[in-house]
Ligand binder design. Structure first.
Ligand code: HEM
Length: 502
């Protein structure tokens, strides 16, 4: 009997302690006079983070819309920890640019375990402080205009392979999954630009690099659960091993780099690509083989997924609007040269192509939000309202919600590339209301490369095919709750009709 009483008391005590632990911070924002929604036990203010019924971006969107008219910032609870969502662009500018030094690191920097993920750990996105500065400076010269120009013929080769593939496949009268098509394209482009090899995504039955690329970024449910516990119960973190990149995937890419390196040295191949840049770094700074592998794999991971999502959505929007498609095709065709292509300089001067791609990025930003960790207690102040952001607190920048805010964009749900006419894009970027690549010193490092490979693909497709949206595509589109990036449930299904067949 005594045992049962003891057991019941112990259970009640544990439940009470757990409740106290989980709700400990629930009055954090209230005590500081910062507007905040009412958090729920275990779910906090972002219930989808746990339930995964919807993508978390919809939780943020709801909070954004509920609070936007009342306050420049809103305090939320993620599971049990406070976070600040910044709603006012002037304050976003403070975080990303003006007070960058106090918000220089991403929220995820401490998530990566160097032992488990030695290659991811060297990606600038996950680095912090001096190491980030050093690595970013080391990699930046790999993205100069000159280097992009020398990569362009490689990109054109892959574009031609893609056009051939679509031409053949379109005869089957089956729709194409735009995401898979774009991922094949970007996988081949980055494999070619980094390792100097043809990944064979358009020719092989089971292209291994595409498969490994898919596994490189696919977050498993197990990983989500581990991340949830590591975030909710930080004291458990050292017992939970979080590994983003499976060992066999890591070994595959390291070996790929070693083979590419060996081939290049033995055959004395001269190519001004990313591998060449990494070899140059080794001779200049004596970086280790692991660091070389980390650089090449960072290029690979960062290079194919975000761009393929962006290309897929741009194709979808082009397929939906005949007006935009015709106007874009006119521009592309008018600049198509006698060699059956668009040269490097001309591609970057195609204004409407640039506007179409950026408008697709506005409606479907691959990264729906970004977050920064405060490294020095900082005051953020706007219109007489002030919040003190304490050291260690994470600040969320709601990229997706900003892009859909009618205060910043007229008819925000409409795909209207002309909104960027007459150089208006600069104004949106300067005001920090349009942030597909982020802003400030941590702005996307590969932006130039992303624009190049994406525009080359869009120009080639629009020149060669008429695009329409297949009825298999969901309407409205919904962001997949299981994905970190902006991927749509059910895929984006498109029809391609060849235009230039003899
Ligand atoms: C359309 C395609 C792309 C989009 C929309 C995109 C978007 C972004 C965003 C939003 C960030 C975070 C900025 C921040 O937190 O302030 C970022 C960071 C980064 N991106 Fe991209 N990206 C794209 C393509 C690429 C490509 C092709 C590469 C490389 C080959 C790349 C490399 C990086 C790196 C290294 C960072 C971390 C930069 C740092 O922390 O210093 N990205 N990107």
């Amino acid at each position: 009997m005594i045992f049962f009483i003891f057991l019941i008391v112990a259970i009640v005590a544990i439940v009470v302690l757990l409740y106290v632990y989980l709700t400990w911070n629930f009055d954090y924002w209230f005590k500081r006079g910062v507007p905040a929604p009412k958090a729920r036990v275990l779910l906090g203010d972002l219930p989808n983070g746990l339930t995964r019924k919807e993508n978390v971006v919809y939780d943020i969107e709801k909070i954004y819309n509920d609070f936007k008219a009342k306050t420049p910032f809103v305090g939320i609870i993620q599971t049990r920890d406070p976070r600040l969502v910044v709603l006012e662009p002037e304050l976003i500018k403070d975080v990303l640019i003006r007070k960058f030094n106090n918000f220089r690191n991403s929220e995820f920097v401490d998530m990566i375990d160097v032992k488990q993920d030695p290659l991811f750990a060297k990606n600038p996105f996950f680095l912090k402080d001096e190491e980030w500065k050093e690595k970013r400076a080391e990699i930046t010269p790999a993205f100069t205009v000159n280097r992009m120009k020398s990569l362009y013929p490689l990109i054109q080769d892959v574009s031609a392979r893609m056009v051939k593939y679509i031409t053949i496949e379109s005869k089957k009268s089956e729709p194409f999954d735009a995401r898979e098509l774009s991922a094949k394209y970007t996988t081949d482009v980055v494999s070619n630009c980094i390792f100097g090899i043809d990944a064979g995504s358009f020719t092989k039955e089971k292209p291994e690099i595409r498969e490994m690329g898919r596994r490189l970024i696919a977050p498993s449910t197990k990983l989500f659960i581990k991340m949830f516990f590591a975030e909710s119960f930080p004291f458990l973190r050292r017992f939970i091993s979080i590994q983003f990149m499976p060992d066999d995937v890591k070994d595959f890419f390291v070996s790929l780099m070693q083979q590419a390196l060996k081939f290049r040295q033995e055959k004395n191949v001269q190519r001004e690509d990313f591998l060449d840049y990494v070899i140059h770094l080794k001779s200049k700074k004596n970086i280790s083989e692991l660091e070389m592998a980390a650089h090449t794999i960072s290029f690979f991971t960062d290079g194919f997924e975000t761009s393929s999502i962006a290309i897929a959505h741009a194709l979808y929007e082009i397929g939906k609007s005949k007006r935009v498609q015709d106007k874009l095709r006119d521009e592309v065709n008018n600049h198509w040269d006698n060699n059956g292509q668009i040269n490097f300089e001309t591609l970057s001067e195609l204004t409407y192509l640039d506007q179409v791609f950026h408008e697709a990025l506005r409606l479907h930003p691959p990264a729906v939000m970004t977050s920064k960790m405060c490294s020095e207690t900082t005051d953020l102040e706007y219109d007489g309202k002030k919040v003190t952001v304490e050291k260690g607190l994470s600040v969320y920048i709601p990229i997706y919600s900003l892009h859909y805010d009618s205060q910043h964009f007229l008819e925000p749900k409409k795909f209207h590339p002309e909104r960027f006419d007459d150089g208006a894009m600069k104004d949106y970027l300067d005001r920090c209301v349009f942030l597909p690549f982020g802003a400030g010193p941590r702005i996307c490092l590969g932006m130039r490369f992303a624009l190049l490979q994406s525009k080359a693909a869009l120009a080639a497709i629009v020149h060669n095919f008429e695009i329409s949206v297949n009825e298999k595509t969901a309407d409205p589109l919904i962001i997949d709750p299981k994905e970190f990036l902006n991927v749509k449930v059910g895929g984006l299904w498109l029809n391609f009709k060849p235009l230039n067949e003899e």
